[in-house]
Design a protein around this ligand. Sequence first.
Ligand code: ATP
Length: 215
Amino acid sequence: MGISAASKGSLIGVFGGTFDPIHCGHLAIAEALMCALPLERILFVPAARPPHRIAPVASARNRLEMVRLALEGHPRFAVDEVEYGRVGPSYTADTLRALRARYHRPLALILGMDAFLGLPGWHRWRHLLGMAHLVIVTRPGFTEALPSWVRPRLATPAQLLTADHGLAVLVTTLERPESATALRQALRHGPAPPGWLPAGVLEYIERHGLYQGKG
Ligand code: ATP
């Protein structure tokens, strides 16, 4: 089913990340959000040139390919290369603008708690709320209280459908231990923690020696 043929009254989830590499935590979160929220599908958007962190270890092409492999067999997940066609840093504000112009649908930007807490450091971050709802996912180790600016925007999953943008939901039921940083550290000298990588991604990493002795 193409996105244009999808049912009305639902949102498109936008799950951005460096995905260096994508891991089973990302997939488990996306699966859980499909149940918990009125999402018709989730677009995984690898950052071509992430602006808010040090340069990724794997190339943009390899990270994109790993996302592709991870999403095989998930009919309601798709990879979106929108950031690969632009020059300069991959700002989320530009990405949301492009996705709105393409899909003409309300968007829900998915952020782990660590990413959400860093949001005020992002380029034109307040504009993001003028283009999408926010979905904040709890993450082990990030237990800070929600900042006061977001509290008036908090909504239930059903309320997300009452507005085009600007609301926020906190999804607290997920506790996934995976982290790309911990994975890269493990892969530098040895195997990945069991169950942290989709089989196709693990095979790709091993075949290309992506993180061995690197980072
Ligand atoms: P790193 O550990 O290096 O920060 P990462 O595991 O967070 O990497 P990213 O590609 O940076 O991987 O993450 C993309 C998005 O997924 C971010 O919004 C991040 O907060 C979220 N995310 C990743 N892992 C988890 C997790 N275990 N629980 C909740 N959110 C997560």
